[in-house]
Design a protein. Sequence first.
Length: 480
Amino acid sequence: MNFKHLFYSFCVFGVLMCAFPAYSFAAGVVVQHKNCYASTCTFDSPVAAGDTIIVTSSNNSSNPTLPTDTLSNTYVLADSSFGGGLADYLYVFYAENVIAGSNTVTLAGIIEGVQDTGMAITEVSGLVGANSVDVTKTYFNGSINTFTPTTDPFVTTQTDFIFVAIGNECCATTGTAGLGYTFLGENGGHYDAEEYAAGKVAGTYTASFNAGAQTPDWNMLVVAFKEFNVVAPTVTTQSATDISTTSVTLNGTITATGGADALEHGFAYGTVADLSTVLATTTLGSLVGTSTFSYSTTTLDCATAYYFRPYATNITGTGYGSIVSFTTSACPVAPPVTPVTPPRTPIVSSSYSGGSVSGQVANLRAMGFNAQADALEHQFPFLFQGVPQINAKTFIRVLKKGSYGMDVKALQIYLNTHGFPISTTGVGSRGFETQYYGPATASAVSRFQEAYATKILTPNGLSKGTGVFGPSTRAVIEGM
């Protein structure tokens, strides 16, 4: 069965930015292994592109032909070990950066049916695709009987996948892997086997084998292959674009993958210069190769300084771009209100000398000048009884702490009558709503946002209510 294991985890940012953990993993992974008592050997599953195939042979040929396969991969002799007697030649061949597909390996020199001969094929992922052999070590103990054949020390120069081929010319036996190694399998009528150790950092090692019986003439061949070392991605920050009073587009680039594609990427942004706390951190998903990426938001405040930086995470860790700032556009200035002289007798019509009162109020609210609209309404209380009916024109601006107007009062009435009370008694309670957007209103809005998190918070990369009545919250209320 063809299998690969890839483990990773990452911390999803919430309101507070948290650090991604360091990762520890062995790059070299045995995908599949097969032992054959013949001159041909077929993998049970198709091999993956870019992997390494290792071929082990114990046979009686002193000058074997290099292996071939159905995918025309190129094989190289890593090293050989020779002892004496029949089938004492032990070989390890390999092919780097192989072609994908179903594959049968053929090795000349195998004498089919002779008990001392055999071959094994192993597919390994996570090894470098060129010049992959770090060091080799051969071992032959002659006629010395031993339960645990052990090589002399050998020195690796980097993190390696250590592969060990084992041959016993004398007697069939059954054994287990040596300390620190994993058993792969055995082949041949006498005892030939393979074992490995992955993720071994640079240092001095030996290879051993638990023979299970005291037998002479153990032959061992060690090949240490270089593992593909992955580092965190390199990320750069580009200037923000499309800046307006409430919106912006953030931009970043993965300039180097670090050896593995990004499993997550996005931006952290907020109003604190070092981003020790943030308003949100987006999670935009995986990304293949080097690439630019962007994120747009429309929930910002006007005339406010913001800070952001991009990030990308692969199986090793997280790379960050530098922190860059931008400032949203200035808040609009309200035009002067045209004075209107009311008639002596209240009437229902809203047309008077100097213009339409209701028309001017509507225009002022459409432009976000609610304080001026409130002042005009107070001149004509008989024309503006109660509060506006909730519809697409009721809320036309972002409301937050400090906002003032009839639209604030309409919002308070809506929240009080839909299970999110501003207060249970006194100012702000049902029937005592005000035109002021204070902490109690913000708290009720936060509770409403969290109740409808899938529609309001999640699409904006948030997990907790902000207390700001913006486009996403407004859309949910107007849709009810």
